[in-house]
Each structure stands twice: as C-alpha cells, then as structure tokens.
Write a protein that binds this ligand. Structure first.
Ligand code: PSU
Ligand code: MN
Length: 290
C-alpha cells in the first residue's frame, strides 16, 4: 500500500455554494492544489444512492451543474441513500463519511454555525454538533460572516471543540481576516496541529479539531466594507421567507450578486488556502504514523 496522505473535500460548496461554471473550475483547482501539496484529494458526495470518497471528472461536472443534487447534512444521509438520490455533502456529512473512510483531515471554505436571529429561528448548523462528535481535523476560514460569530464560538466551547487560530490570535470571519473575537489557542505550523490531533486520539477524545485559517490578506474583503452587504442580504432573505437549509446558499449567492462577483473570488481563494494547509496537516499526521 502506498499510504499517501488523503485530504477530504466537501461537495456542498460546489453544488450549493458557488455558481456554475466557476464552481467546476474551483473543484478542479481544489484537487490540483491538494496534489501539489502532497495529499490525495477525496471529494465526498453521494451519487445515485452510493457514497463516493474521491470523484472523477464527470462526477465533479454533475455536482457542479447541480441538477437534482440535494444538499445533504448528516441527518439527510439515510434518506438520500435509501431513495437512491444524489447529494452534495455539507461539512457535517463530509466529516462523518471521511471518518468512516479513515480520513483524518478535511478542508472546506467556512463552517456553518449559529445564525443571527437564533433566538427567533433556532437556526444552528449541524456542522457544530458534528464537530463535537467526530474526530476529524477541519480546516476552515473561521465561520461564515453571515453568522452570529460570538455565539458560534460559545457553542463550539460547549461541545468541547478546540479552535486553533492558525497564525492568528483571533477568529477569522470568512471573507475577512478579523472578527475582533479572541481565540484561546494559536498554532503556527501544520506540525503543531498534528501534535494536538495525536494527543486527542491518544486520549480517545472524539471531538473534532477546528483549525481557523484566515483568508490571505490580498484576497480579503474588510469587514467594514462587507457588513452593509451582509445586512442587505439578511434582510432580503427574511423578506423572501427563506429558512432552513436554503438560508446559507441564498445568502452566499446574494452576496456574490451584491459584490458583483468579488465575494466569489474571495470564497475561492480562502478555500484553496485551506486546502493547501489541510494537505500539509495531512502529511504531518501521516508522518507521525510511519
Ligand atoms: N464553505 C463555503 N461555501 C459553502 C459551505 C462552506 O465556502 O457553501 C457549506 C458547507 O457545506 C457547510 C454549509 O456545511 O455551507 C453550511 O450550511 P448550513 O448553514 O445550512 O448548515
Ligand atoms: Mn441551518
């Protein structure tokens, strides 16, 4: 066996997080970046009732076109599989399937979290619960700025999930590098992340590890600039009566429109940046095991 390190990638970001054909371009580039940084990419999705861990070009194309592709979180897995449907997996379902496949590291754009207005809607992404239950390292540019970030951090603390700032002392806000929210732990190398992973597994701790990796400076949209856009997107979402699993895809695409595509470029770059770091962490973890 070759025993090369593997990095899991999700598919909701492709089918429901970005428009076609930019999403297809992103999906291909994501796999290339992963190889270039020494890991084998395993994009995870469900196609006609079968779980796939690692996809070919035609499968990526189908996901990018998105026709008949459900958005699948952990709770939808049983239904989508039993009905032989196709689905793009969110962070929660991707973590769960990656763990079953023995994959230890997963890179995404930004995790879901506690939504603003949670007191009225109760909307909390299943991603957070999954991070509390599944021992996978998740590399993310913080949580999406459309969320209630302080409450998202509180929830992660309650679930016992370590949040490691990667070369930062504060929680990144997806499109922006800063949120003003301090993080308790900072790490400065893939090796340090791998060491935390090793100790957690020795202790049989089953929580995930969230690595919060800020978007590279030259691609960030500063929070002051983006906040009014987010406010507008949130109010239109509310006005249209959109709720549940449609909220995040709606907001992301509205923000792409309102920024004339700039947020899409940032989203692509932050996700690629997470993939590069994820590949390096996967290498470190596998070198511990040799
Ligand atoms: N990161 C991105 N774009 C995305 C997502 C992450 O850059 O579209 C997806 C992930 O699949 C994440 C989901 O799990 O958004 C969150 O959806 P919800 O808020 O409905 O849990
Ligand atoms: Mn939700």
């Amino acid at each position: 066996m070759e025993q090369r390190p593997v990095l899991a990638l999700e598919s909701t970001i492709i089918s429901h997080g970005m428009p076609y054909p930019e999403n297809l371009e992103f999906a291909r580039q994501a796999e290339q970046e992963c190889y270039q940084h020494g890991a084998v990419p395993a994009t995870i999705a469900i196609l006609d009732g079968l779980v796939h861990v690692g996809l070919d070009g035609a499968m990526l194309e189908k996901l990018a076109r998105g026709k008949g592709v459900e958005k699948v979180s952990t709770r939808d897995l049983g239904l989508v599989l039993s009905r032989r449907k196709s689905g793009a997996t969110t962070v929660s379902a991707t973590m769960r399937l990656a763990n079953l496949a023995g994959i230890k590291v997963f890179a995404t754009g930004g995790i879901g979290g506690v939504h603003r207005g949670v007191n009225e809607t109760g909307d909390i992404s299943l991603d957070l619960k999954e991070l509390g239950e599944t021992p996978v390292v998740v590399v993310s540019a913080g949580a999406k700025a459309i969320l209630d970030l302080p409450r998202t951090l509180e929830y992660l603390e309650t679930m016992g999930v370590p949040v490691l700032g990667y070369e930062t002392d504060e929680f990144p806000a997806f499109y922006s590098r800063k949120s003003g929210l301090p993080l308790p732990w900072r790490v400065n190398s893939p090796h340090e992340v791998a060491a935390v992973y090793r100790e957690q597994s020795n202790l049989r701790l089953h929580t995930g590890i969230l690595v919060a990796n800020p978007v590279p400076q030259k691609h960030e949209i500063p929070a002051e600039e983006l906040n009014p856009v987010i406010e507008q997107a949130l109010s239109e979402c509310d006005g249209q009566g959109i709720h549940g699993k449609d909220v995040t895809p709606y907001l992301l695409s509205k923000i792409v429109d309102l920024t004339a595509g700039r947020s899409l470029k940032t989203n692509v770059q932050l996700a690629l940046n997470n993939i590069r770091l994820g590949a390096r962490i996967a290498n470190e973890i596998s070198s511990f095991q040799r």
